[in-house]
Design a protein around this ligand. Structure first.
Ligand SMILES: NC(=O)c1ccc[n+]([C@@H]2O[C@H](COP(=O)([O-])OP(=O)(O)OC[C@H]3O[C@@H](n4cnc5c(N)ncnc54)[C@H](OP(=O)(O)O)[C@@H]3O)[C@@H](O)[C@H]2O)c1
Length: 334
């Protein structure tokens, strides 16, 4: 089968089209023919791990770098989310059958930049939303897994005001849609200039361009600030939080962990730093919301498998408005 393989860290040029053996499913696995896989934050980070910013506590850097490979990548095929067709199932698989159309999050194991991938049936894999094509469905699993799990920790209520700092990315786009259409919250999205309309189209009532305005200085207060990249400290954010508001981090350093401890003991305002639980229930919820028209997937550009490097360059240039997807069949709305 064809796959995009990289054997050293670096620029998009390290991504090479190669023939590799087609995998065979174990008893508990399904073999999926990949129809689409987006280029997301994880792909860019893993492709050049040594030079990518690390937005988590320093003690996690060592194990993460060891897991990805110190000097060269251990995992040589990128792609952490996908949509495709089940082609074969292992002997003990009961949840899926050949022909099922699925979407999945494979996380750090990656491997979706290939024509086929094997997934355990107990993993984060579910039937894809029936109303979305493969490319659209493929853009949802990572954001769904992260945003559903992390937002649950903020206990959003109908009418709450939430600001999503990083609203145009993989996690933020799902967070905006869930907050508005699932929780009934009033959403402000913060992103870069080219993506303001995109974030509005996802359901944000207000948008703020972080290159032009510092939201901590505009006098607004929120029940929840969801900071995706961990760009705002509690010291800066606290006057933008209601008296019992929550600063929820997807990315956090040691200082934020100390703020979490301090606020747990001494403050009505709280800081929450959390790692997402990878649960298939998050995919099932987002499938349901997509089928009800409450969650959408916006595709900016589709590239064929041979042009994965081009797709990475396009994302890195910072012009994308929505998702960039590797669609395995160039002609189709795969
Ligand atoms: N807690 C967990 O379990 C968990 C799991 C997975 C990932 N993460 C963390 O999540 C982060 C990646 O999130 P993602 O996949 O959503 O990333 P992404 O797709 O790259 O999106 C990043 C977002 O941040 C925005 N942004 C960039 N600079 C900003 C700034 N100075 N101020 C405000 N917003 C800014 C971007 O806006 P524009 O693009 O419009 O400029 C974009 O909306 C990583 O740091 C990773 O460590 C945490």
């Amino acid at each position: 089968m064809k796959a995009i393989v990289f054997t050293k860290y670096g620029s998009p040029d390290v991504l090479q089209l190669k023939d590799v053996p087609k995998p065979t499913p174990k008893d508990n696995e399904i073999l999926v023919r990949v129809r689409a896989t987006p280029v997301n934050y994880g792909d860019l980070t893993a492709r050049d791990f040594a030079h990518s910013p690390f937005n988590m506590p320093a003690p996690l850097y060592l194990p993460a770098r060891m897991a990805f490979g110190w000097n060269k990548p251990k995992i040589q095929i990128l792609g952490s989310e996908l949509a495709g067709d089940v082609e074969a199932v292992g002997k003990s698989v009961t949840k899926f059958k050949p022909g099922d159309r699925v979407f999945a999050y494979v996380g750090m194991n990656m491997g979706a930049n290939a024509e086929y991938i094997c997934l355990p049936e107990s993993g984060s894999v579910a039937l894809k939303p029936a109303n979305l094509d493969y490319a659209e469905a493929a853009t949802l699993p990572y954001g769904a897994i992260m945003a559903v799990s992390l937002l649950q920790k903020a206990k959003l209520q109908v009418g709450h005001k939430i600001l999503v700092n990083g609203a145009s990315g993989g996690i933020g786009a799902l967070a905006v849609q869930l907050a508005r259409h699932h929780y009934g919250a009033e959403v402000t999205g913060v992103c870069g200039t080219p993506r303001l309309d995109y974030v509005k189209s996802l359901g944000a009532e207000k948008v703020i361009d972080y290159t032009r305005q510092d939201f901590t200085q505009n006098g607004e207060t929120y029940d929840v600030i969801f900071d995706i990249l961990g760009r705002v400290s509690f010291a800066r954010a606290k006057k933008s939080l209601k008296p019992d508001g929550i600063l929820l981090y997807a990315s956090f350093k040691g200082r934020a962990l100390l703020d979490m401890l301090w606020t747990a003991l001494f403050s009505r305002q709280k800081v929450i730093c959390a790692l997402a639980d990878e649960k298939v229930e998050s995919l099932l919820l987002v499938k349901e919301l997509a089928e009800e028209g409450k969650v959408n997937a916006v595709i900016d550009k589709r590239f064929p498998l041979e042009q994965v490097a081009e797709a990475h360059r396009y994302v890195e240039q910072g012009h994308k408005k929505g998702n960039v997807v590797i669609a395995m069949q160039q002609d189709s709305k795969a």
